[in-house]
Design a protein around this ligand. Structure first.
Ligand code: BG6
Length: 474
């Protein structure tokens, strides 16, 4: 029996702002991410608690990243050597619309992505395009207030229309927004939101969320109109919340914690706001300004597949004395005593991937796509001999769990793209030493280094995994 489905899409994933660099080349405009510094103030700016104008002498890792802008051919050739069937990358909005509100796109930006797509197709690699991955033109932030402003829907759709028309016939799989639920945790990084001291943050976040949900649904409708064979996905920072104990109070807390995240996918997959969300908004006196056609748009624009990132599970409890000491992909939670943690304190839970797959598939009955999973770790360079066995162990254990989700539970999974298949800038910390790749890049977050690429031990391991279609994970 095949371990994974015959046409399983194996590959890797990156995001524009974390790999491209060249932030002022090709008539690219500035974006929100370009003003988020590395270092201690990163989280404050990313979460909208500190205005980026107040940063003195900040270092901005997105300006350099790993210079994929000039190295993409070399990088894609290496992905092809590993046998990638799919490469997930994102569009830098301000490369195509430097200000975001222009009528005509910047041809140089479009050409850059066309070249990436053509390069993928040359090697029979399916491009999986994230339309928006933590990226808003700074002009839209400063002039319109970003996604709090309904006009952003039109600007985003303009971008979508340009992309769908230009790349129809070449790109089948699209993701409308990366980790759409991140807006509640990192509102500036995820959606360019800033707040006045007097404002109700939650209210602004849910207002902006509504605009993104409508934009996402409209993008689905538009894509299907332009090319009915296109497949559109939502994308969620996933990882289930376990109850800390079998105390029903803890179980209820875990349901609530999950709903905070599933709310987004519930709307994108089912086409309407779930009742628990309506009740919660009402309790918090938040009114979402639904416009006349929004309900129909949400209903019509449901996604074709459910993609998600999975790094860790969470733990929920009603016991307020238990503190959230475990870190994870942004969300902190109470520590799970049964699990080990990464160097950055993210708890490692391979079975949690199988559990998350089951819960998402039971909930939506749509094909899943795991578009991020991986281990951020410090690698020893040793003259280019990088023995990253810990990364192999991490990926192997997660792939075994995924295999069980497919073979034992019957979950429909389209593919698996590891996060940061080539080393890149960390989104949460802005560091370069937090590496995820099969390919090491000699670079730091300040633009120093030769930018040379080196294969790590995990490179040939993943090559074998793909070659055997997941049969050989050892
Ligand atoms: C996800 C993001 O949150 O996790 C990526 O979609 C990010 O952009 C990844 O890089 C890993 O997180 P970090 O903070 O280790 O880079």
């Amino acid at each position: 029996m095949e371990a994974f489905p015959k046409h399983f899409l194996w590959g890797g994933a990156t995001a524009a702002n974390q790999v491209e660099g060249a932030y002022q080349e090709g008539h690219r405009g500035l974006s929100n991410i370009d003003v988020i510094p590395s270092g201690e103030q990163r989280f404050l700016v990313a979460s909208g608690k500190l205005h980026y104008n107040q940063i003195k002498e900040g270092k901005y890792p997105s300006h350099y990243a790993v210079d994929a802008y000039h190295h993409y051919k070399e990088d894609i050739a290496l992905f092809a050597q590993m046998g990638f069937k799919v490469y997930r990358f994102s569009i830098g909005w301000s490369r195509i619309y430097p200000h975001g509100d222009e009528e005509k796109p910047n041809e140089e930006g479009l050409l850059f992505y066309e070249n990436i797509i053509n390069e993928c197709l040359k090697y029979n690699i399916e491009p999986l395009v994230t339309i928006n991955h933590f990226d808003v033109p700074l002009h839209l932030v400063e002039t319109y207030g970003s996604w709090r402003n309904r006009q952003c829907i039109d600007f985003y759709l303009n971008l979508c229309e340009t992309l769908f028309n230009r790349f129809k016939g070449k790109v089948k799989y699209w993701i409308t927004f990366n980790e759409i639920n991140m807006i509640l945790h990192m509102p500036f990084m995820a959606a360019g939101l800033m707040f006045d001291a007097s404002e109700n943050r939650d209210e602004i976040c849910y207002l902006a969320t509504h605009h993104e949900l409508v934009a996402s649904a409209k993008a689905v409708i538009l894509a299907h109109k332009i090319d009915p064979s296109m497949k559109l996905g939502c994308m969620l920072a996933a990882g289930n919340a376990y109850p800390y104990s079998c105390n029903p109070e803890d179980v209820m807390e875990s349901i609530k914690m999950d709903r905070e995240n599933y709310f987004f996918a519930d709307v994108q997959c089912r086409g309407f706001y779930p009742t628990y969300a309506l009740k919660q908004l009402e309790r918090n006196q938040i009114t979402i300004p639904f416009e006349e056609n929004d309900e129909n748009v949400l209903k019509e624009g449901v996604v074709d597949f459910v993609s998600f990132s999975y790094y860790n599970s969470l733990v929920a409890t009603s016991n307020t004395e238990l503190k959230s000491t475990a870190k994870g992909n942004i969300f902190a939670s109470v520590e799970n005593p049964y699990l080990k943690s990464s160097e950055w304190g993210w708890q490692i839970d391979p079975l949690g991937l199988r559990i998350t797959c089951n819960i998402l598939y039971d909930r939506y009955q749509k094909p899943l796509f795991i578009v991020e999973n991986g281990l951020g770790a410090i690698d020893q360079f040793n003259d280019g001999d990088i023995q990253d066995d810990y990364r192999i162990d991490y990926l192997r254990s997660h792939l075994k769990a995924l295999k069980d989700a497919i073979n034992i539970d019957g979950v429909d999974v389209l593919g698996y793209t590891t996060w940061g298949c080539i080393d890149l800038i960390s989104a949460s910390t802005g560091e370069m030493k937090k590496r995820y790749g099969f390919i090491y890049v000699d670079a730091d977050e300040s633009g120093n280094g030769t930018l040379n690429r080196y294969k790590k031990k995990s490179f040939s391991w993943y090559q074998e995994v793909i070659k055997s279609n997941g049969q050989n994970l050892d």
